[in-house]
Ligand binder design. Structure first.
Ligand code: TF8
Length: 335
């Protein structure tokens, strides 16, 4: 069958294993152009870090060239993941949330109000739990090479200031293509719709939705203040960026090329975290001038958390109870 052919096909010279994706083969290598697709624009720290990845790879390798495509010109997050599976695109660095459509366990990162700050996120992602999650994408024809940062997500809308649960009621909120986010916003009383990031600006401009949620840099650099009046510090979830390589293409690379790429992905990820955090602080200051910033009132975070509890319970089995418990334990340990 095709399955068997696919499993036996390709290059049989499966010697040198790399650090990451260590159970997958390597090939002959040779001259290659690595195409990287990201959904955000060329003002975003994720783009800067993608250029850093390019610089690192090209400095180390004589036969690898990297091309970076921003703004979802190649594809939105979900389609880009599919292209990696088919081997028609080399790299994408999406939020983990659309990956849940392929690997339910990834929903662990979508559970709201679990990660308190960036330091805890770093410890969990850089430790054994993060490694285990990176390895897990192998089953979907992907190689997970590094964690990058998008940041904590915050709510914006064009209708009213949001200071607590009451204000969220009835707001038409765009969510990522992820059922946990969808159910969490329903539980908070909003009226959510899933949509690709590439369609979001137009949807807000045309008023088909009232609001959306993203980290401060993405909100500012995607020019959302042009179409949104209000912003609040909901900080409701930390969904990381994940650096994904097509397994099909990966196995054609030489062990040396794989090594150069793995290291560059991790190195550029460190740069990405630093830049994202600098830009996040600056972005919030600018957003406070361009929009109405409303602080979430005391006691309201507790109400949010209480309201989303049934959503966490609902998805625990689907994600895998063990993974959820392990994640929460790692978060606690890191606090
Ligand atoms: C979203 C995400 C996006 C990223 C990017 C487009 O709201 O936060 O910023 O996944 O790849 O869709």
């Amino acid at each position: 069958s095709t399955m068997v052919l696919a499993a036996c096909g390709g290059n049989s010279n499966s010697t040198g294993a790399s650090e990451k994706g260590s159970d997958s083969a390597s090939g002959e290598g040779g001259k290659r152009t690595i195409k990287v697709s990201i959904g955000v624009n060329d003002k975003h720290p994720e783009y800067e870090a993608s250029l850093k990845f390019k610089e690192l790879v090209e400095a180390e390798s004589d036969d690898l060239t990297v091309e970076v495509y921003h703004s979802g010109q190649i594809a939105d997050d979900r389609s880009a993941i599919e292209m990696l599976q088919f081997g028609t695109l080399d790299v994408t660095i999406p939020s983990t949330s659309p990956l849940v459509n392929f690997i339910p366990a990834y929903g662990v990162f979508d559970l709201p109000f679990t990660v308190p700050n960036e330091e805890v996120a770093d410890k969990v992602l850089d430790g054994p739990f993060g490694d285990k999650m990176l390895e897990m994408v192998d089953q979907q024809g992907l190689v997970g090479l590094a964690w990058w940062e998008n940041g904590f997500r915050n709510l914006t809308n064009d209708v009213k200031p949001v200071a607590g649960m009451e204000d969220v009621k009835g707001l038409k909120i765009r969510t990522m293509e992820n059922e946990i986010h969808l159910d969490a916003w329903k539980a908070l009383g909003a009226n959510p719709t899933p949509m690709a990031f590439t369609e979001l600006f137009t949807a807000m401009q045309q008023g088909t939705i009232d609001g959306q949620e993203n980290p401060y840099p993405t909100i500012l650099l995607s020019k959302y203040p042009e179409v949104q009046k209000h912003i609040s510090n909901t900080n409701h979830v930390y969904t990381p960026f994940i650096f994904l390589f097509s397994k099909k293409i990966w196995e054609e690379l030489s062990a040396e090329q794989q090594d150069i790429i793995s290291k560059a992905a991790v190195e550029a990820g460190k740069f990405n975290r630093e830049r994202t955090r600098e830009v996040a602080d600056e972005s919030l200051e600018t957003l406070k001038k361009e929009m109405t910033f409303t602080e979430i009132k005391e006691g309201e975070f507790e109400k949010f958390q209480e309201a989303v509890k049934p959503v966490i319970d609902k998805y625990k089995d689907k994600i895998g109870a063990e993974i959820v418990d392990e994640f929460l334990a790692e978060v606690d340990k890191a606090k």
